[in-house]
Design a protein around this ligand. Sequence first.
Ligand code: ZN
Length: 198
Amino acid sequence: MSALVLFENEHFIADLMYARANNMLSRPVYEEVGFGNRLYMHKDVSERLLSLVPELEKMGCKMRICDAYRPPIAHIKCVEVVPIQGFFKADYKMSNHCHGTAVDVCLTDLEGNNLVYPTEVDAYTPEFAAQVAEGKFEAFQAHLKKARHDYMEAEAEAIRNREELKNLMESHGFRAISHEWWHYDLVGWQNYPVIEWD
Ligand SMILES: [Zn+2]
């Protein structure tokens, strides 16, 4: 646990999606396991995020953080609630969130309103969760294309914002993944072990 830090800074908004009920799980799993809306991450990640502050100030933006360190116990519960392959890694060791080296983020204005993006942060919304629970995957699969970095059919402003976020993060020690525009891994994440929560 020593490598984790509790992250609090006025330029960032802690809004952990699994601490509220309007998510893929339709349940506040982080609350259920006693973790709550507490924004922890590896200290190396917090240093990279803090290095963004001058640019956030220049842009007149804040950053909303919708997931960061995820306790393994919470990840296991997520898999129990949605046991469908492709949503949560079956083995928590495979999730960089459990290593404290991943963040799910977007930019907001100074009042905390999200900028426009091709989807919500985490496109796995409750409505799709309900469909998937009934075995209907079609609309959801179509929607997931919009979460990709190579999806170019969104409005120009949404694409611009997505690309601006990517440039910002990748110039500060993070790496994007192709299929979730909001997810960023710390460069070198392979060298960081899972962090247990106690
Ligand atoms: Zn993520």
